[in-house]
Design a protein around this ligand. Sequence first.
Ligand SMILES: [Zn+2]
Length: 238
Amino acid sequence: MGLILRVDIDKPYGNTTLVRKIASKLVEDFYAKPLFNSFGYLTHFANFLKTCNDYNVSGIMYHRICTIPNEAVMELIKKGNHKIGLHAENTRNLETFSNELNTFKSLLPDKNIAVESFSKHGSGKVKIGKYHYAPYEAEKYLEWAKQLNLKFPFGNEIGENENDFLQKNNFHKSVFWIERDYRSSTFNTLEQLVEVASIHDVGVLIHPCNYDSTKNVADDFHELIKMAKEKKIEWRLI
Ligand SMILES: [Zn+2]
């Protein structure tokens, strides 16, 4: 039993400065491939991966098409024994989802790496980006996963008690956010998380752009790594 790390890579250039925020937004909406290896593309994510690799923490890295791994990132992903998946945006119907998945796979620098699972981008309420279909419809994704022989292991709900985090039919409807603003008022401490993870598998979600830009996100992630090590809680993959 242990912690399962879900990493949603939302921002091509991170969000630490106004210029980076604007560059991220432009690439998200207009998909400018020539910029992919310049201007610090995914450097914030590479730094996050280096931290994971230093501490032997493996996770599942969910990329949007606008944050597709480049070769430098792919090397770090392989070195740390991470998995990759699609952070899906256009989930209007099975066809738009399949098209996005196929485009994603065709753009990967290493075609041998398996794409076994996906997560859903966004809170379900607000349209964030040109290609984003906002509604969050977990039942629909679970059905697609079955049809396409994929996994949809993590939902986007905020967990309010221990039960909300437990896996049912290979699905965690809630994950514990390292970003504090997305925790409930009743289940929000690393201590609560670690206590459950010592008995059950629990999903933990982080966004590398926030790890890079927000001190308490980085602090909490480092603290969780330390606590897990002390309590001998494993970081597991699915
Ligand atoms: Zn996202």
